[in-house]
Design a protein around this ligand. Structure first.
Ligand code: MRU
Length: 349
């Protein structure tokens, strides 16, 4: 089965509803901005590159019926739409990168009549989708060089097909390695609280015929101690100029465990995940999510004492010195990160 996580079909945004997996593989069609905002918030669509893609389509959705009389009126509406979409989830840089691309596309076409500007915006949103397909494959191509046949790889959250358009970032390495004939074993951390590892990563790897074993998050150290993990590969939501990386909560734990056990720890992400306006991880906004995600399993069965205080940050920061290399769509970046990120991605802005 070929999966495309985000698409534009029949004048609507078509997404795989990730809240239904693995029980049901269903699509939803979105033709209203508010519905898109909610879909991002409740994570029917999630994962940094997929958020960049829906950001683009969302901007078009938000202005396509605009009755603005001139560009300056349209620009005001556009800025409102961009701000609204940007208020859905704060951490993934790709979301804001996608919004900025749309704004730039509008400005580049401001001399055109308004219907033509709208068409240019839809085209730009579709470009983001097509570019993500290519960039995922580049990440896979560069990263698969680091993988040997027989490797046992640990991953967290879902940085696969479902977090991108159709191939992944961290999981792109796995898919590419398999295409090259390397047989691997993958361990997927279940990824509390919303279980993206159990629900999404295990599901898609199994579908793709990869040998995957699901573990509780707190099993990772024991596996490493027994020599059962050769490398850890995670995705990223935002990477600062010095290489500090925000990713799903628990990623930092794995990086520390890797250091202790002398296991390589890799981050895989496209250039659009880098935030060159932020010096270090301290500047990365970390989303805090509702307590019910922790007090209940998938917002249903209660598992915590009623009324107990809950802290539920969705991401943590892995300091750059714990990262062996960052695999991007432009090549593999190693230390010294500031110098090499400047060379491969661009300088501090
Ligand atoms: O909260 P989520 O599920 O959106 O978090 C996603 C992650 O942490 C991914 O690892 C990250 O976005 C990279 S996806 C290629």
């Amino acid at each position: 089965m070929r999966i495309q996580t985000v698409d534009w079909k029949n004048n609507k945004i078509k997404i795989v509803d990730q809240t239904k997996l693995p029980a049901r593989f269903e699509h939803i069609y979105i033709n209203e901005l508010k519905k898109l905002w909610r879909a991002i918030k409740i994570m029917q669509v999630r994962g940094a590159p997929a958020l960049g893609a829906v950001a683009g389509l969302g901007v078009y959705l938000g202005i396509r019926s605009s009755r603005a009389a001139n560009f300056s009126e349209l620009e005001k509406e556009l800025d409102g739409v961009i701000e609204y979409i940007g208020s859905s989830r704060p951490t993934a840089k790709n979301l804001f990168w996608g919004l900025k691309r749309m704004k730039n596309a509008a400005l580049a076409n401001k001399h055109l009549e308004l219907t033509k500007i709208k068409q240019a915006l839809l085209k730009e949103a579709k470009n983001i989708i097509e570019e993500d397909k290519k960039s995922s494959r580049s990440i896979g191509r560069f990263g698969a060089k680091l993988i040997k046949g027989g490797d046992k790889v640990l991953t967290i959250c879902n940085a696969g097909i479902l977090a991108t358009i159709d191939y992944g970032t961290a999981l792109a390495l796995i898919y590419r390695a398999k295409e090259e004939g390397k047989h691997l074993k993958v361990f997927a951390c279940e990824t509390r609280p919303l279980l993206q590892g159990a629900r999404l990563t295990a599901w898609e790897l199994k579908k793709k015929g990869i040998d995957v074993t699901l573990i509780c998050d707190n099993t990772a150290a024991a596996l490493m101690q027994q020599g059962l993990i050769d490398k850890v590969i995670a995705g990223a939501d935002r990477i600062a100029f010095n290489g500090d990386t925000a990713n799903k909560i628990g990623t930092f734990n794995l990086a520390i465990l890797c250091k202790y056990h002398k296991i390589p720890f890799y981050i895989a992400a496209p250039a659009s995940t880098f935030d060159l306006s932020i010096h270090s991880g301290k500047g990365i906004p970390i989303e805090e999510r509702p307590p019910q995600e922790v007090s209940r399993i998938l917002l249903k069965a209660p598992v915590a004492a009623q009324g107990v205080k809950i802290f539920n940050p969705a991401f943590d920061i892995t300091p750059h010195h714990l990262i062996t290399a960052i695999i991007t769509d432009r090549g593999i970046i190693r230390t010294p990160y500031k110098k090499n990120i400047a060379g491969v991605i661009g300088g501090l802005k």
